[in-house]
Design a protein around this ligand. Structure first.
Ligand SMILES: *Cc1c(COP(=O)(O)O)cnc(C)c1O
Length: 389
């Protein structure tokens, strides 16, 4: 399922093997810990069919293998590894390639729990994290030290929406033998092809758009080549990071409709963003697909679409106005997530932490997730909630 087919076709077909499952369209949910073999010989040669890859539930089941295959086909990598959450995928990548005495470069716009892991767990284990300006581009070369092992990128940042020049960063990193890992959750594998842009390890918080229905947690690490995959797989196995078959099934089911859902999330988010831009209460809209966004040029060059997640900045407002707006929303739920079918809103400022750059957009920032509701209804909801400020 690679190469000649378009993403929507890959999303429908990848990882499905109906004739290995009595013709069932979807790979069934294998509730299994123990695998039984008919004799010692088969036990010793479990690499062959029908026991291919089946040793013990923790190492994966046909359901999780199908999910890994499908996500890998969309990301365009060598092979993927499913783990219990997006954060588990992020920490697995960091932990697999960093040891005592190493140095890692991380974007200052990084997802907050990733920063917490670097400042806590990595630091305690003798790994030094240096944050860098997300807009640094090829300037990253000046920050690479002899002990730098990894550059971590995320574009756009999921609260501030700055786009990074990933090909420039990757080129500079590779010149010095440094790996590039990316949190590719915002674009999904449909709207940013990490391996074509120089990324070595791509992480999906599948909990968001791939699951797509706010009903399961899942993370995937996709690797550019076999050596990287062997390393990450060995670390995942060492930590016992197996995934539940029900969760793998839900992620796979979500994936089948990802292209269709994402088109709608994209369209509605742009409608809402454009509407918000014209409102007198709004100072700025942070959405890289808008023409006057500072990241728009790079986004156009490297991305093929945008999702439902963006933010806007209120003019002349403080916490009481932000709270009045958020409390006034009827269709947007207040919740720390995104990627499901439903619209969500949060105050973004409490989650924004910077250490080497300043973030001052001129007012309080509110993050919205445009769900699959009717766009006119969502706009009417924003309209009445803005009226409460
Ligand atoms: C939610 C999220 C994650 C973590 O995913 P979980 O499945 O919640 O652990 C990672 N990166 C980004 C950008 C996210 O929004």
């Amino acid at each position: 399922m690679t190469g000649k087919h378009k993403p929507a076709t890959v999303a429908v077909h990848a990882g499905r093997k109906p004739f290995e499952h009595f013709g069932a369209v979807n790979p069934p949910v294998y509730h299994v810990s123990t695998i039984l073999y008919p004799d010692v010989e088969t036990m010793e040669q479990r690499g062959t069919k029908p026991f291919e890859g089946m040793t013990y539930g923790r190492f994966g089941t046909p359901t999780s293998f199908a999910l890994e295959e499908a996500v890998c086909a969309l990301e365009g990598g060598h092979r993927s590894i499913a783990v219990p959450s997006g954060l588990a995928a992020l920490t697995l990548v960091l932990e697999s390639f960093l040891k005592h005495g190493d140095h890692v470069l991380v974007s200052d716009s990084i997802y907050q729990p990733t920063r917490r892991y670097c400042d806590g767990h990595l630091k305690q284990n003798g790994v030094e994290t240096a944050y860098y300006d997300p807009l640094i581009g090829s300037g990253i070369a000046d920050l690479i030290r002899p002990n730098t092992k990894l550059v971590f990128v995320e574009a756009p940042g999921s609260l501030t929406f700055e786009i990074q020049d990933i090909p420039a960063i990757a080129e500079a990193a590779h010149k010095k033998g440094v790996l590039v890992a990316m949190d590719n959750t915002w674009a999904t594998p449909l709207f940013f092809k990490p391996f074509e842009k120089g990324v070595d390890l791509s992480v999906q918080a599948a909990t968001k758009y791939i699951v797509g229905h706010a009903d399961a947690m899942m993370g995937l690490v996709t690797c550019a080549n076999s050596d990287l995959w062997q390393t990450v797989k060995a670390h995942a196995a060492a930590h016992g990071l197996g995934v539940g078959a029900e969760e793998a099934y839900l992620a796979l089911r979500g994936l089948r409709t990802l292209p269709l859902r994402l088109e709608r999330h994209q369209e509605t988010a742009i409608l809402l963003a454009t509407w918000l831009k014209r409102r007198p209460e709004v100072l700025r809209v942070l959405h890289p697909a808008l023409q006057d966004d500072p990241g728009h040029k790079l986004w156009r060059r490297d991305f093929t679409g945008s999702c439902g997640l963006f933010a806007f900045v209120l003019k002349d407002a403080g916490k009481p106005q932000v709270d009045a707006f958020l409390n006034g929303l009827e269709l947007f739920g207040l919740g720390y997530s995104w990627g499901g079918f439903e619209s969500l809103a949060i105050p973004a400022d409490p989650g924004i932490k910077r250490t080497v750059t300043t973030w001052n957009p001129g007012g309080p920032t509110i993050r919205l997730h445009a769900g699959l509701e009717d766009a006119d209804d969502l706009i009417a909801d924003l309209d009445q909630a803005l009226g409460r400020i």
